[in-house]
Ligand binder design. Structure first.
Ligand code: PLP
Length: 428
């Protein structure tokens, strides 16, 4: 495969955009080499600027659950654009998409739309603090909730229960209010509650982690977390930016039959346009301005293009009674196929999967948290990534990302992918 034009475009981009990209993981730092530049995409395929065709397992990091350039979304956006792209006034469409989301997701009465998953999580935390009148939050190592200050925190050393900033620009003052716990370790969470009595406003979690590869919650872990939060009058926040409308119509809340207090959305809910949202029961949502004291706003929030794209996407998912079974079946097929060929080639690996989220880790030990995710052999992952790319299969350029399966993938595409994995495995 030739990447000549992509390489040129990257060199030009680097002069005017830091690192040549507007979001760091796109830069291929985790795998080496220079990123491909996208030219267009349709269905399961991505076409780069050198006209290479790639089977896409990133799908814009999740939103394209029905494939790229999904016709009902594209048509809706084109029609809407002709009528004006933003008004700074409420529109009927915002109520319609809100009603639809509330009908699909369990346990929410009201929802507010924002422009990204980052904004959704940032606002959810503010709301939880305002509602509980407490300052501290617990997050889990390896979970990603966007790039707002409260979440860019690493575990403190030794006996300290405080987090420390893991990016310059995040203040110690902010870091001291974020406590870090290990994913799947309920005793760790309980210990943090005991060490910080009456100070913890909320626990935020990816109910299925997708930002350290795919890491499923252990049996009973989310239930236990629900109980601990209720016992301590802390809110449980499910960050369903990745899992929402992907694992089930009602996301992880439905899949695991657990009610969170606040739920955050992004990715699929925008159908590929910049949308995030957060939702909760009425009592909590009424704490937001203009009804309540917690401030939150947005000039372009709920703009008609984003809303019509999201609405078309949710309508399609809501109307298709078999969509989640199909996604599950396709991903299970891929899982089995990759498992077989990696075994046949004596590769040391672990595959994690929940529904249409799947990740391959080059380590024999089960991956259950950030620590075990970090054990994976990154050199093998790099070769795996570049090998698959040569074969025309595009997975995320980082060992810490899940693959996103789309319904546009055919079984021929999956067979092609499994063959490519077999070929690459022979060279690992
Ligand atoms: C992608 C992601 C975010 C951040 O969303 P952006 O739209 O990139 O700001 C937050 N939480 C989770 C779980 C995500 O996967």
């Amino acid at each position: 495969m030739i990447y000549q034009r992509s390489s040129q475009l990257f060199a030009e981009a680097e002069k005017v955009i830091p690192g040549g990209v507007n979001s760091p993981v796109r830069a291929f730092k985790g795998v080496g080499g220079t990123p491909l530049f996208a030219k267009s995409a349709k269905g399961a395929y991505l076409y780069d600027e050198d006209d290479n065709r790639l089977i896409d397992y990133i799908n814009s990091w999740g939103p394209m659950i029905l494939g790229h350039a999904y016709q009902p979304v594209v048509d809706a956006v084109i029609e809407k654009a002709k009528k004006g792209t933003s008004f700074g006034m409420p529109t009927e469409l915002e109520t319609k998409i809100a009603e639809m989301a509330i009908a699909m997701v369990p346990n929410i009465d009201k929802i507010r739309f924002v422009n990204s998953g980052t904004e959704a999580c940032m606002s959810a935390i503010r709301l939880a603090r305002g509602f509980t009148n407490k300052d501290k939050i617990i997050k889990f190592s390896g979970c990603y909730h966007g790039h707002s200050d409260s979440f860019l925190i690493a575990a403190g050393s030794g006996l300290s229960t405080f987090g420390v900033p893991n990016s310059p620009g995040v203040t110690q003052g902010t870091a001291k209010d974020t406590l870090l716990a290990q994913y799947n370790d309920i005793d760790n969470v309980k210990a943090l509650f005991e060490a910080n009595p009456n100070e913890i406003a909320a626990v935020i979690i990816e109910p299925v982690a997708g930002n350290m590869g795919c890491v499923p919650p252990k049996e009973g872990f989310l239930q236990a977390l629900r109980e601990v939060c209720s016992n301590h009058n802390a809110l449980l926040i499910f960050d369903e930016v990745m899992t929402g409308f992907r694992l089930a119509k009602g996301g992880a809340q439905e899949l695991y039959n657990i009610n969170a207090d606040i739920v955050c959305f992004g990715k699929v809910i925008g159908g590929g346009l910049p949308v995030g949202a957060f939702a909760a029961r009425e009592e909590i949502m009424n704490f937001l301005a203009p009804l309540g004291p917690v401030y939150q706003a947005g000039t372009l929030s709920g703009n008609p293009l984003a809303m019509v794209a999201g609405y078309a996407m949710l309508q399609a998912l809501n109307a298709d009674l078999e969509i989640y079974d199909r996604l599950e079946a396709k991903t299970a097929y891929l899982h089995k196929g990759i498992d077989e060929v990696l075994k046949a080639n004596d590769i040391v690996f672990t595959i994690n999967r929940v529904g249409s989220m799947i990740s391959v880790h080059f380590d024999a030990v089960p991956v259950v948290d950030f620590q075990t995710a970090k054990n994976g052999d990154n050199e093998t992952f790099k070769k795996f990534f570049h090998g698959l790319l040569q074969e025309g299969v595009y997975i995320a350029p980082s060992a810490y990302e899940t693959w996103f399966i789309t319904d546009a993938l055919t079984y021929e595409d999956l067979d092609f992918t499994i063959k490519a994995v077999d070929k690459v495995a022979k060279s690992l």
